[in-house]
Structures are given as C-alpha cells and as structure tokens.
Write a new protein. Structure first.
Lengths: 140, 140
DNA sequence: CTTGATCCTCCAGTCACTGGAGAATGTACG
DNA sequence: CGTACATTCTCCAGTGACTGGAGGATCAAG
C-alpha cells in the first residue's frame, strides 16, 4: 500500500500520531515526503519499520539501541566487524530478557495456581526475579 | 544483612541512589526507617524488592504494573477474584513479550550468521518483528 | 459551500528517572 | 582530637520518550 496518511499509519501500527512525528523529529523515521498541502505520506515499508520500533520499545529497548538495530538493517553493505559486535551485545541483552521473563512467567503461573485453591498465599515472584543468577551480562 | 546504607543498597542492586529515593517518593518502596542522623536504613528484603523492580522495569513493565505485582505479593490474604484477573492479564503480557523477544533473537542470530560470510546482506529483522501475528492480545 | 474530520506546527505537560547545589554527618588518618 | 574526604540529606532543575492541547489550514461528504 502506498500513500498512507499519518492517521492511517497510526491505526495500522498502534503508534499515536504525535509519537510518529516525534520519531521523525529524532530521526528514527526518515522525513516523510509531503503532499502539495504539506501532509506526510507513508508506505508499507514505513508500516513495518514503525511496528518494529513499537515492539522493540515495548520490550524495553531504548531508542539508541533501536537506532543501532535499524542502522544494521538500513546499511546492508557495512563492515561486518562493528555490526557483529553490536549484534552480539544485543543478543546477550535479548537472551537475558527472555530468561528473566520466563522466570517471571513461571512465578506468576504458580501464584495463579495457588489462587485456584482459595487465596493468594505464599508468593515469591520477588525472590525469583531478584535472583542475581538471572543477570547474565550485567555488572551489578 | 541488616542496616544497609542507601549507597550499599545501590551497589547491591545496580539502582542509582536518586532512583531509590524516587521509588520511595512514589511508594514503590516503603519509607525507609532512619538513623538518628536521618539516614535511610535497608535490609535484605529491600535488596530483593528493589532487584525485582529493576528487572521488571528493564523488561518494559511500567511502574503501575509493577505496583500491582508488588501488591499481589505484599497482600497474601487478598481476594482471589481481583488478584487472578490481574495476574492473568500480566501473564498474557509476559507471554507476548517472550514470543516477540524470541522472534527478535532468531532474526539477529540469522543476521550474525550471514555476517560470518563476509557482509551483512539481507536483513529482515524488521519484517519479523513487525509481523502482526506476534501481537497476541493487543488491539492494534 | 458549509460542516466535520484530519492534518499542520508549536509548545507545554507527564512519567521515570538523573544529576547538581548546598548543608549535615560519618570515617579514617596523623 | 582535629581535619579532610566520603556519604548522605533535601530541594530542585534537566533529560528522554512521549502525550496532548491551541490555533490554524486543508480535505471529503453532502
């Protein structure tokens, strides 16, 4: 699909209009071409890019990390050295997030199971998520 | 360990001192007891609670969600009805995050593998993460 | 051609921190 | 015991990532 308005882009991605303009202003999205009357135009490629940004933000990645990931995809001929190091760092980060989410999931499930027996009794979500063993690459 | 200073708590959890005070100010941490000279005192329970908060924030949960999760654990006798609904909602959210992280992981891995052959060639991180099928419970 | 929806820019507000100023307190060494 | 350096205190201003309102232009339908 070509020539989407900013509103159409917003409904297709779940990203609010002011946020889309904000992403453009900080360079996460390229400057959109405009109509004669100065309105922004988007296409399917932008829908995909914006959905990617939205998911990554929702998963706790900050804008700078997303910018790096996007550079990786925007610049297919770039040197492998930098790209690889960057990708490895992000992989470690992703792995750590998955492990901690799974621990959290397990604990909430257990809590719900106990709940089925009448009351939320002993909950140790905190103990599990606080476990330092789940911090794979962090320095604290 | 008892009677930790705010600095000791900060180094044990990786959370900065002003952030700890901020969490107290918004009620995520209880008001810490003070020494005669007005300095905050913490114990191991607070180390665990704070590590939990840090991980959850890092995983993209917002403060309100964390507050709810903490209420679940703080209040073991609470009614099951509310707690269960709340926990189910958080479980769906966690599941969705895991799925999207795994898709991202897969794609970055593939990108790195291609990288081993010389260059970052065709990268479709965006396509995968942008896939609407990965949005399990969201309305967009 | 009017009416309502959508868009524009600009700018102020919110959430979740982050850090500096200035003052008080603690700790360590000569 | 004093003095020097570290740590803490409160208050307040700044940052990152949005979020939303004001005021005005433009578009699409009837």
């Amino acid at each position: 699909m070509k020539n989407l308005s900013i509103g159409a882009l917003a409904t297709r991605t779940g990203v609010k209009i002011p946020t889309i303009r904000y992403y453009e202003s900080i360079g996460l999205l390229p400057e959109a071409p405009r109509t004669d009357s100065n309105r922004r135009l988007y296409d399917d490629a932008m829908v995909k890019r914006l959905r990617f940004i939205r998911h990554a933000r929702d998963l706790g990645f900050e804008v700078e990390a997303i910018r790096q990931l996007l550079t990786l995809t925007d610049d297919p001929g770039q040197s492998c050295h930098e790209a690889d190091a960057l990708a490895q760092a992000h992989l470690a980060d992703i792995e750590s997030k998955i492990v901690r989410l799974q621990a959290l999931q397990e604990e909430v499930r257990e809590m719900v199971a106990q709940c089925g027996q009448g009351q939320v009794r002993t909950c140790h979500v905190i103990e599990v998520l606080a476990d330092h063993a789940h911090c794979l690459h962090e320095t604290h």
